[in-house]
Design a protein around this ligand. Structure first.
Ligand SMILES: C[S@@+](CC[C@H](N)C(=O)[O-])C[C@H]1O[C@@H](n2cnc3c(N)ncnc32)[C@H](O)[C@@H]1O
Length: 260
C-alpha cells in the first residue's frame, strides 16, 4: 500500500491544517509559561491603548461585550479587556484549546499573575480587585470557525492575537480573517491585533501549522479600510535568546478603533 503523502505546512489552507491535534499544553508551555519581553511590550501597549480610549467615558451598567478571536491558550488579551467588560467571548476553533480555556478560566494558573502585574501599573485596572473571579464570571468560551460563525457587530472591544497570519498559508485567508474580525466589532470599538512577522509556519507538539508571510504593509492593507485614522502599527523585536519560531522577524501590533 502507498504511504499517505505528508502534508506540507507551507501550503496548508485553514481547513487542511490539523486543528483537532493542536496540543494546548505544549503551546501554553512554549509561549506563556512565563512573561516574555516581547509579550510584556505588547501587553503594556494594549493596556495603555484601552485605558486611553475609555478615559472619561461612561460605560453601560452591565459593562461592555468583549471578544478575543482565536484565543488559543492565551489569557492576556482577555485580561487586558477585563476592566471594561461585563462579558468576554473567547472564540476558538480547536477542540483542545476550547477544553483548556473552559477549565483555565475557572481559576487561572499562577503563570498569569505576572501578566496581571503589568496591567495593574495602569490605574484603570485597579478597579478589578479580584481578576480571577472577574474573569471566571465574564468569560464565555465559544467553539466556532471565524470564517463562518463569528457574530457580526456584536462586540464593543476586541482582540485577535497571532491568528490572522497563523491559520493558513494563503494570503486570501489572512485578509479574510481580518475582514471577519472587523465585522464582529461595533462601530467605534477599540481593538488590538497582534501578528508574527515573516512567519512561514510553526510547530505545536508533534504537528506543524501554517502561517502566511506578512509584513507591516500587509497589516496596514488589511486593517486600514476598517480603522479610524489613528491606527498605529508597531514592530516588536525578537528577544535575543528567545525566538518562538524559526525564521520570523518579530511581532507586529496594530492598535486602533473601528470607524464610526
Ligand atoms: C498561533 S495560535 C494563537 C493563539 C492565541 N491567540 C495566542 O495569542 O497565542 C492560532 C489560533 O487560531 C485558532 N484558529 C485557527 N483557525 C481558526 C478558525 N478558522 N476560527 C477560529 N480560530 C481559529 C487556532 O486554533 C489557534 O488557537
Amino acid at each position: 500500500m502507498d504511504a499517505m503523502p505528508s502534508l506540507d505546512a507551507s501550503t496548508l489552507t485553514n481547513r487542511q491544517a490539523p486543528w483537532d491535534s493542536f496540543d494546548a499544553e505544549a503551546y501554553l508551555k512554549h509561549n506563556y509559561r512565563s512573561l516574555r519581553a516581547d509579550d510584556r511590550q505588547i501587553l503594556s501597549a494594549v493596556r495603555d491603548h484601552f485605558a486611553a480610549h475609555f478615559a472619561g467615558r461612561s460605560l453601560p451598567g452591565a459593562g461592555l461585550r468583549g471578544i478575543d478571536v482565536g484565543a488559543g491558550t492565551n489569557l492576556y488579551p482577555a485580561l487586558a479587556m477585563l476592566p471594561w467588560c461585563g462579558s468576554i467571548t473567547l472564540f476558538e476553533r480547536a477542540g483542545g484549546n476550547v477544553r483548556w480555556l473552559r477549565s483555565a478560566v475557572q481559576d487561572y494558573g499562577a503563570n498569569w499573575d505576572e501578566f496581571w502585574e503589568v496591567l495593574r501599573r495602569q490605574p484603570a485596572y485597579l478597579t478589578v480587585v479580584e481578576p480571577r473571579t472577574r474573569l471566571a464570571g465574564a468569560v464565555e468560551v465559544v467553539q466556532g470557525d471565524l470564517f463562518t460563525d463569528l457574530p457580526e457587530r456584536a462586540a464593543d472591544i476586541g482582540t485577535m492575537f497571532f491568528v490572522a497570519e497563523s491559520l493558513s498559508a494563503a494570503y486570501v485567508e489572512y485578509r479574510g480573517a481580518i475582514d471577519h474580525f472587523a465585522a464582529a466589532l461595533r462601530p467605534g470599538a477599540p481593538f488590538a491585533v497582534a501578528f508574527m512577522e515573516n512567519s512561514l509556519g510553526y510547530e505545536v507538539g508533534d504537528h506543524t501549522f501554517p502561517a502566511c508571510k506578512i509584513q507591516r504593509s500587509d497589516v496596514l492593507a488589511g486593517l486600514q479600510e476598517y480603522a479610524a485614522d489613528d491606527l498605529k502599527v508597531s514592530h516588536i523585536d525578537v528577544p535575543g535568546s528567545q525566538p518562538l519560531r524559526d525564521g520570523y522577524t518579530g511581532m507586529l501590533l496594530a492598535l486602533g478603533r473601528l470607524r464610526d
